[in-house]
Design a protein around this ligand. Structure first.
Ligand SMILES: Nc1ncnc2c1ncn2[C@@H]1O[C@H](COP(=O)(O)OP(=O)(O)OP(=O)(O)O)[C@@H](O)[C@H]1O
Ligand SMILES: [Mg+2]
Length: 404
């Protein structure tokens, strides 16, 4: 509700004036700034263009349920205190929920969540959704310390400005993401080269020794060298295969060809292929369970999980499968020590191995990263939870039409 005389009837008095203000905030030079600089510059210009005292931008968080203060002018505490407003609650939450402009003429009589607005003595506010590519990415609002009725011209100006701000933020966020991906790729190449160097130089050293000095060595030493050469070459081959898999998965060129698969015989043959004779893997799957899935991907993921259970876990190792809510769930469990709590956040990272596992078996730390990428490529996921009463429990979930 509006009470008392308006401080002004809005700043856009003439069309030329409005155009100039618009140009100030849509200045092409701003397109090259990084997100923080861009917001810093834009917020000042928006505040001035609307002759307001404060201006703030709140962005939707990853879950899409809360707004997080990202930049502010005249309301810096909002960002410093990391204010979060649930969508639908208070003033900012309402702008986001309605995806429409909202005006508060008198803050004293309004429902606001953010205490800083009152602490700062803000009286009137105008909020606008930030939409880019048809998607809500946040909201922006301007406020005044005196009572003010924002006119239609003010609303139109803020609307155009909000479009520009949303595009700028979207572009800057995309740029930040590209920088992040670039950094990840550089790290990946460095790590891959590092991992390849050791078996590659061992293979070269062994081959060079055999070539130059075979005649000086007795048959036993030659056989030993050849065996080591074979092992290292095998390690190198597997590593190159893993890196190629990851590269296909990253570039999304991995082929997914679902066919109807009878799961019990399929999982039994995967277990047999991976587990050396004598290792008993219990495959507990309904006889008639079938699903439309990529048999090779299942083999890859489950084979990897069983290998890990044999390496780092302890028997009994069980493989179970069932189908609920149009999803196929395959669980591989063991009764070993499980994954240490402090290592769980890194379990699916590339090239990560726990300190303990380094003493248990040779490995690259790529198995689970690849398995999870396969799951994602199928629109599913690979999850870890500790098993009960002890051990590890890995669950592969993939959307699949089934007979179940
Ligand atoms: N069943 C398990 N029980 C306990 N720890 C596990 C289990 N499976 C995996 N881990 C831990 O997770 C780490 C990462 O596993 P991942 O399969 O990605 O790599 P790796 O087995 O070390 O090497 P690679 O599979 O590339 O040969 C392992 O090194 C181990 O520390
Ligand atoms: Mg592994």
């Amino acid at each position: 509700m509006f009470v008392g005389p308006p401080r002004s009837e809005g700043p856009s008095s003439t069309p030329a004036d409005a155009l100039r203000k618009l140009q100030e905030v849509t200045d092409a030079a701003l397109a090259h700034l990084e997100l923080d600089e861009l917001l810093d510059e834009l917020l000042t210009r928006v505040r001035d263009a609307l002759d307001a005292d404060t201006c703030a931008v709140l962005l939707l968080d990853d879950t899409g349920t809360e707004l997080v203060a990202r930049a502010a002018k005249g309301l810096e505490e909002e960002v410093e205190r990391g204010v979060r407003i649930p969508v639908g609650k208070g003033f900012a939450g309402r702008v986001a929920a309605e995806v429409a402009p909202v005006q508060i003429e008198d803050l004293d009589r309004a429902d606001v969540v953010n205490p800083i607005l009152r602490e700062k003595g803000i009286r009137s506010m105008l909020g606008m959704p930030l939409v880019a590519g048809g998607r809500l990415i946040g909201i922006m609002h301007v406020g005044t310390l005196e009572l003010r009725h924002f006119t239609e011209d003010d609303t139109s100006l803020l609307q155009v400005v909000a479009e520009r701000v949303a595009l700028g933020i979207d572009r800057a966020l995309m740029y930040d993401e590209l920088v992040r991906v670039g950094r990840v790729q550089r790290d990946f190449v460095a790590l891959a080269a590092h991992e390849l160097r050791s078996p590659a130089s061992t293979v070269y050293g062994l081959a060079a020794t055999l070539r130059a000095r075979a005649s000086d060595l007795d048959a036993g030493s030659q056989a030993h060298l050849r065996e080591t050469l074979y092992e290292q070459a095998d390690r190198l081959r597997r590593l190159v295969d893993q890196l190629l898999d990851l590269s296909h998965l990253d570039s999304r060129t991995v082929e997914i060809s679902p066919t109807r698969v009878a799961l019990k015989p399929h999982l039994q043959s995967v277990a047999q292929a991976v587990a050396p004779i004598g290792d008993s893997i219990h495959v507990r799957v309904p006889d008639d369970l079938e699903a439309d899935v990529d048999a090779a991907a299942i083999e890859h993921v489950v084979g990897n999980l069983i290998t890990n259970a044999l390496r780092y876990g302890a028997p009994p190792i069980t493989v179970t499968a069932d189908c609920t809510d149009r999803h196929l769930r395959i669980v591989v469990e063991d009764r070993g020590e499980g994954v240490q709590d402090e290592f769980v956040p890194y379990l699916f990272d590339r090239f990560r191995r726990s300190e303990r596992s380094r003493t248990q078996a040779r490995g690259t730390g790529l198995g689970l990263a690849i398995a999870q990428s396969y799951a994602h490529a199928h629109g599913g996921d690979l999850l870890y939870t500790p098993a009960k009463p002890k051990g590890s429990r890995f669950e592969l979930v993939i959307p699949a039409a089934t007979n179940g």
